[in-house]
Design a binder for this molecule. Sequence first.
Ligand code: KIV
Ligand code: ZN
Length: 496
Amino acid sequence: MEKVYILDTTLRDGAQSPLISFTPQEKLEMAKALESLKVDVIDCGYPALNKDEREAVQLIAAEIKGPVLSVLSKCDIKELETAIEALKDCNKRRIHLYAPTSEVQLTYLAGLSKEEQLERVLHSIDIAKRENFEVELTLEDSFRAEKSYLFLLAEKATERGVDIINVSDTVGIAIPSMVRELVSEIKEVVKGDVIISIHCHDDLGMATANTIAALEAGARQAHLTIAGVGTRAGNASLEEVAVALKIHGEKLGLSSDIDLKNLYKTARIFSKITGYNIPPHKAIIGDSAFAHKVEYMQLAVVREAKTFELINPEEIGYPKTRIILSRYSGKIMFKNKVEELGYQLDEDKLEMAYLKFKELTEKKREIYDDDIIAIIEDVLLTKPKKVTLKSYFIKTGSDEEPEATVTLLVEDGERKATSTGDGPVDAAFKAIDEAIGMSGRLLDYRINSVTSGKDALGEVFLRVKFKGKEFTGRAIATDIIRASIEAYLNAVNKAL
Ligand code: KIV
Ligand code: ZN
């Protein structure tokens, strides 16, 4: 198996995403996670950009000793000196030079002719080599450039001792066949020990496919980011390429050193540091990546996970397959869940619980464990309801102490009580306590919106202690005060 070097550019290209930013300290934390993930190279940043970039590189260089550390620089003496300075105390160091190659970028980005660009590239390689840096040259916008110019740059850079030539699909325009062709051609030009690398953007949603195509054609380094974040539509995502190499490695004769067990954890650390929410449908690491909602698939996955999963989630450190209970789940999966939660219900009770579950699926998209527990408790403790709500009245305002009046129907008629409280819900609970002559201590109170829009249903889940014992209550209504009162009465009925 040949090794594919993984260059992680989350801290450089990833940080260029409008959604991502790192402080220097946060970059260091992320670099530690990448080191544990066993990436080969960390693209730490672009020192010429600002003071924070330089500080981050220095912090990383002082602590991270495993991967090669790389910094970006234009082929420009001043930028290059800044980059060299930023990594001066690092042993495993790389200067990553970039050079626009397409006509449009040469004209409007660099303002250089092809000859001037070539000269600058070669001069920059000479300087970085003299300073004992490994040198990577990115042929920016390769797929819109004249091939003859790319070949010339690659050939001359090789003669000057460049270590890595990175073919970059800067605007994400390529398709796999184009990538295969260009990488093979550049490989022919450079020959020898120079490593061909690939950097793909996802503007057409092909970054991962293009990266794999490049590896098939002989590239041996891939630029990747966690969750595929990066400029505009992002870069090829590390977890996708790493898992693709795991699954198809044998056929491709390729493998990486990525510690797959750390994949999910690294993505979570990234999300925590940056506040970036990984989209639920993100391949490999998203919340839905190993979630099954439809009963026939759930049944199959429970029998044999391979029916619908391409890899065992444990192999990438993913918590576990999620069986989502919803309106698409039938009785078998419901029963499985009840048993998984540690309950044994006889046939009648199971049927009752299942009917309540079905009712709830009409109102909620996903049914959580807490919902199932509340349903089971309801069923197990079902006695005829002793107390029900007849009506309530709430008085509140910015300058008024909230006051609630509740009228309850009980076995021997009606009970009515009024109370004030810290808020309208608290006042209503106190009024109920007074009406039933039993005082409850609220231990947990949660409110969720279960549908969207102005008339969304609010779900209240609470835990309350009466006479030293805990009871749960749950209710759903468009009015959250009503849902709170009903949930509280639900618990009261269990306690009576
Ligand atoms: O997209 C690109 O071409 C880049 C290079 C600097 C590698 O990010
Ligand atoms: Zn890029």
